[in-house]
Design a protein around this ligand. Structure first.
Ligand SMILES: Cc1cc2nc3c(=O)[nH]c(=O)nc-3n(C[C@H](O)[C@H](O)[C@H](O)COP(=O)(O)OP(=O)(O)OC[C@H]3O[C@@H](n4cnc5c(N)ncnc54)[C@H](O)[C@@H]3O)c2cc1C
Length: 495
């Protein structure tokens, strides 16, 4: 039984204006950051008693509104972040949900273990990675993050602490993974890590002239452990979809003569300077180029210089290869005050080539080419709200400005229609634009209803919600859900 909070949340929890990582959407939320599971349970209980809705937040690395709860309470769970158990003999790692990917690899790499799946940044929390069921550059080989979770603890809105696994309440386990934090708080996880025999990977680079070459070369390299492509979304015609693919494979035991040294944490650092410029200032320079002409020039230079490393291999640290986007702190500020949205489409293998050709062309015709394009190969998984499929994904970053916003949303609507017609799906961690009808089409009513039934069982009072859930999922999953009435205090907070 949690000790009740001394002061009511309506008095104690301050208002904060929170944003998604892309910075294109904001919400005024009440904010609490408990430090223990007991405090978290007490906060949930108090929120229920005071009629406040609750949304959970990790490191806030989801691009859109997944970790926002306008006018309700946001519980930041990042302080509940202790390591609980580490078994270097088996690679089984146990921690509280607020520990970050960075916190994890720093504790295990010197014992020769690396997380089996990581996103493109090391800052997300483990609970955030489970809630979105994130994927890495090796999704085609090892599946999503959830496939490496052995067990987790879920604190339900009723204050029950459930232990879930593939054996204990498997249906709920499969719904919590990828369940967007809407079934309860993930307070503890047990993960199976990957044994590595060096702190470095053997990395290969391949440059391709257009989309067809890109797909062919990517497929020819699926024997590698990782593969990812940077796509230049600017040129059309015979250069449409030109790209640079990076592949990587783990080193075998004995292959790296400096294996022990390379596994040291200090050998995994990212460089402090890039081309002589301190990393912390780079975004200011990038900002000058974050427009159609600047990106066209930058991509031109990047594409042509990539031929210098074409078909070559080199060694790179795990951190250097995995967390490319962490090289430049605050890079998102280069997009200016309106921020960016990321929009990631997943398209089945058979329809992907044609569909992604159309997607790139439609962006160019609308005068809104993506400033960053990233192509990955995926395999399906069996989680309830899975976005994964046997096919490809293209993640695209679009700058948001007051002038471009309306046209950008109209463009994404047309892109969504095209992707749905190809049998595609979308990823909630990157979403800012989907409508309930799009979600129903992509996920199917049966899955949404299955998820909603579990939510009704665990959260009958509908305590847990987020802006993403209200915008895109609840209207189809639970059509009778009452709309949350804005409180007068919230209305007074000006954005
Ligand atoms: C630069 C960058 C690169 C990225 N690269 C990738 C990538 O390669 N692949 C990929 O899949 N994703 C990628 N992402 C997305 C990111 O990995 C996910 O959005 C991830 O969920 C972020 O974790 P977080 O801790 O920041 O959680 P948040 O974004 O704060 O929250 C995510 C979800 O988790 C829920 N949640 C958080 N904590 C808890 C808890 N304790 N209990 C229950 N629910 C909780 C929230 O309610 C929310 O629904 C990237 C993001 C960035 C910014």
């Amino acid at each position: 039984m949690p000790r009740p909070l001394a002061t009511p949340l309506r008095t104690k929890a301050p208002w904060r204006v929170l944003a998604g990582f892309g910075g294109a959407g904001h919400a005024a939320c009440r904010f609490a950051a408990p430090e223990t599971v007991e405090e978290l349970a007490a906060t949930l209980e108090a929120a229920k008693a005071e009629g406040l809705t609750v949304g959970f937040r990790g490191s806030g690395r989801s691009y859109g509104d997944a970790a926002l709860n306008r006018e309700g309470l946001v519980i930041d769970a990042t302080r509940i972040n202790r390591m609980l158990r580490w078994e270097p003999e088996t690679g089984v790692f146990e921690a509280e949900g607020g520990m970050t990917i960075e916190g994890l690899w720093r504790r295990t790499i010197e014992d020769g273990y690396w997380p089996a799946v990581v996103p493109g940044t090391m800052h997300p929390t483990l609970a955030g990675c489970v809630s979105m069921n994130i994927h890495g550059k090796n999704n085609f080989r090892v599946g999503s993050f959830g496939e490496h979770v052995l067990e987790l603890d879920l604190l339900t809105p009723n204050g029950e602490l459930l232990t879930l696994s593939r054996q204990q309440r498997p249906e709920l386990f499969h719904a919590v993974i990828g369940g967007m934090g809407l079934l309860g708080a993930i307070t503890r996880l047990k993960l199976q890590l990957k044994r590595v025999h060096s702190g470095r990977l053997s990395v290969g680079s391949i440059t391709t002239r257009n989309l067809e070459e890109l797909f062919d070369a990517f497929e020819a390299n699926l024997h590698e452990d990782y593969a990812v492509a940077w796509v230049d979304c600017m040129p059309g015609g015979s250069s449409l979809g030109r790209a640079q693919i990076h592949t990587a494979r783990y080193l075998e035991p004995g292959e790296d003569p400096e294996a022990q040294v390379s596994l040291h944490v200090e050998r995994q650092g990212l460089p402090g300077h890039i081309l002589g410029v301190p990393k912390s200032s780079l975004w200011r320079i990038m900002r000058l180029f974050t427009n159609n002409l600047g990106v066209r020039l930058t991509n031109f230079a990047k594409y042509h210089s990539s031929w210098l490393s074409h078909d070559k291999r080199y060694l790179q640290s795990h951190v250097g290869f995995a967390f490319l986007l962490d090289y430049v702190p605050n890079w998102r500020l280069a997009y200016g005050p309106g921020g960016l949205i990321q929009y990631q489409v997943f398209v089945p293998y058979d329809t992907a080539r044609e569909c992604l050709r159309d997607v790139l062309t439609m962006c160019q015709q609308a005068g809104q080419p993506s400033y960053l394009g990233v192509l990955k190969r995926h395999r399906p998984d069996d989680f309830t709200l899975s976005y994964a499929l046997d096919g490809w994904s293209l993640a695209m970053d679009f700058r948001v400005t007051p002038k471009r916003q309306r046209a950008l949303w109209e463009l994404t609507e047309r892109l969504t229609e095209r992707v749905l017609a190809a049998g595609g799906k979308f990823y909630f961690a990157k979403d800012s634009v989907l409508s309930p009808a799009n979600v129903e089409h992509a996920y199917g009513r049966e899955r949404l209803e299955r998820f909603a039934a579990l939510k009704q069982e665990l959260d009958p009072e509908r305590l847990l919600t987020t802006d993403l859930w209200r915008r895109a999922v609840a209207p189809v999953a639970t059509p009778s859900a009452p709309l949350v009435a804005p409180s007068p205090e919230a209305a007074a907070v000006s954005l």
